[in-house]
Design a protein around this ligand. Structure first.
Ligand code: NAI
Ligand code: MG
Length: 336
């Protein structure tokens, strides 16, 4: 999952678009940026998006912000409020993202329902029921057209086959419901299983509903999970519940030439402005960003510093602590 932007080469720094957005986005993204500053040389370009920008300008995602994401080597995004769909869907498109990478892992020292959980979702990011083909046909009837292509499914599978090389498994777990949606999920399943077979990677099929139960009962059974768009969205949030909450989960939206990194959480209006948001998810997203820019060592350093701080403190109130975002950030920087 790398681009070769040369994140830590001072002579040729990678461009990183930074779009903090609304609510706690404006608190955790500056924290993550401090971490990036500590581990590499980057050319930062700042862009605006979200509810506040829509109020000022009429548009939640100004053209110049879209262009920043479409031209930067990587983008770090926080969160947008009510306008989330108007911001994040076009931003994913701006980077040409075809896969959403969502690791869900419990951390030592952090309360989790299922501390054994350590899996990653590789979610199709362009089609399925999120393709936007909904119609109101009458006062009584609305319909949705689900889009599944061989090409998008194979592209996801090819990415997954490369990705699995860095994991503790050599099997892709393919989640689908092809027993009911024979045409669409059938096509998805066949394309993923065939592409994996051609790449010499084993697959195990798991029906989507059974997966939801089994991941709660025996999360250690799952490692690298390939799924259609809606299933990946729902099941990865379910897994977030198993590992201790939304303040911990990073994600990457990867395209052929660039990528966008974002915490899974939203703007957290209940705590926004108080300076107590947990910056871990944003910092772990920044770790994925530097790894994507080919600096594996810096990514590992950030991850280690965040994990040590989660385990030994200080911690923000969502994890039972009393520390502010700034205090946690200082502690992570001190460990770097
Ligand atoms: P949320 O993720 O903002 O908050 C859910 C709960 O988790 C809240 O109690 C919040 O305080 C807590 N939480 C989330 N992140 C945290 C952090 N870093 N530290 C400590 N606690 C944290 O989800 P919610 O409440 O459903 O949505 C709020 C707004 O965010 C909505 O307007 C929604 O549209 C937007 N949203 C935006 C997303 C995006 O921009 N990608 C994703 C999800 C929601
Ligand atoms: Mg979601």
């Amino acid at each position: 999952m790398s681009a070769g932007g040369g994140g830590s080469d001072p002579a040729n720094p990678a461009t990183v678009a930074v779009i903090a957005g609304d609510g706690i986005g404006a608190e955790v993204i500056p924290a993550a940026r401090r971490v990036l500053d500590a581990v590499g040389e980057f050319e930062f370009v700042a862009g605006e998006a979200g509810d506040a920008v829509r109020e000022e300008t009429g548009s939640a995602l100004p053209e110049e912000t879209y262009e920043l994401a479409a031209s930067a080597d990587a983008t770090l995004f926080g969160a947008a409020g009510e306008t989330a769909a108007d911001v994040i869907l076009p931003l994913r498109e701006a980077v040409g993202s075809f896969v959403n990478v969502r690791p869900a892992r419990a951390f030592p020292g952090v309360d989790a329902l299922r501390p054994e959980t350590d899996l990653v979702f590789l979610r199709e990011n362009t089609e399925g029921v999120y393709a936007g083909h909904e119609d109101r046909l009458s006062d009584d009837l609305s319909t949705l057209t689900r889009v599944v292509t061989d090409s998008a499914s194979r592209r996801l599978a090819e990415f997954a086959c490369e990705y699995v090389e860095g994991r503790d498994t050599d099997t892709l777990q393919v989640v689908h419901k092809a027993n009911v949606m024979r045409e669409t999920d059938g096509r998805f399943r066949d394309a993923v299983v065939d592409a994996a077979g051609e790449a010499g990677v084993d697959t195990e099929e798991v029906l989507m509903d059974a997966f939801a139960t089994r991941v709660c009962l025996e999360p250690e059974r799952f490692d690298t999970v390939v799924c259609p768009n809606l299933a990946g969205d729902v099941l990865s949030d379910l897994a977030a519940g198993l590992v201790g909450g939304l303040g911990l989960l990073p994600s990457a939206n990867v395209g052929p030439d660039r990528a966008l990194f974002e915490p899974v959480h939203g703007t957290a209006p209940d705590i926004a402005g108080e300076g107590v948001a947990n910056p871990a998810a944003a910092m772990l997203s920044a770790a994925m960003l530097v790894e994507y820019l080919d600096d594996e060592a810096a990514g590992a350093d950030v991850r280690a510093a965040v994990e040590a701080t989660l385990s030994d403190g200080p911690r923000t109130p969502d994890l039972g602590g009393e520390a502010t975002t700034d205090e946690v950030t200082d502690a992570v920087l001190a460990r770097l």
